[in-house]
Design a protein around this ligand. Structure first.
Ligand code: C2G
Length: 153
């Protein structure tokens, strides 16, 4: 049987950084299995995704580099998944460097460079700023309308 690669992630607001790492991970073996963090597990990680779990896992499942997508709902499940899917390589982005070295007794552990200049956190920040500005604009418009109404009445 060919080499099986395993990784995990939230993949919220799926972007080129996510696509690049899945492409690179799939090139490390013959089968790529991706654990997609559930919304409940993300709450434990202190993250609140914009896109709900069911949609995130459907998107990841549809990526041509991905052979199988499974829910990730606990930190400890990595060791179980390694046994269950006879995994050869565990891979993840370098933002997790060293965090999963302990798995090295069972599989090859690789940390891959991240794609610079893109992150879900940054996208969320821009969106929220856009939101705020919109609210401000709306407030100003309403103020001038009520001013006009006052003057006309
Ligand atoms: N990534 C990347 N380049 C970016 C952004 C993300 O290579 N510009 C990689 C991350 O390093 C990670 C994967 O994309 O390997 C998914 O990133 P996240 O969705 O942020 O995953 P995270 O919430 O960190 O979940 O148990 C481990 C966790 O589930 C990892």
């Amino acid at each position: 049987m060919g080499k099986t690669v395993l990784t995990y992630g939230t993949f919220d607001l799926f972007h080129i950084g996510h696509l690049n790492i899945l492409k690179r991970l799939s090139a490390l073996g013959d089968r790529l299995i991706v654990g997609v963090s559930t919304d409940e597990f993300n709450a434990i990680k202190g993250k609140k995704p914009v896109v709900p779990f069911e949609q995130r896992i459907e998107i990841v499942r549809s990526i041509r580099y991905v052979d199988e997508a499974i829910p990730e709902d606990r930190w400890e499940q990595k060791r179980e998944d390694i046994e269950k899917y006879s995994v050869d390589v565990f891979g993840i982005g370098e933002d997790w460097k060293g965090k999963f070295d302990d798995l090295g007794d069972r599989v090859e552990v690789v940390y891959l460079p991240r794609t610079s200049g893109i992150s879900t956190t940054e996208m969320k920040r821009v969106l929220s700023a856009f939101d705020e500005r919109h609210v401000e604009e709306l407030k100003r418009t309403l103020d001038s309308i009520s001013q006009i109404v006052k003057e006309l009445s």
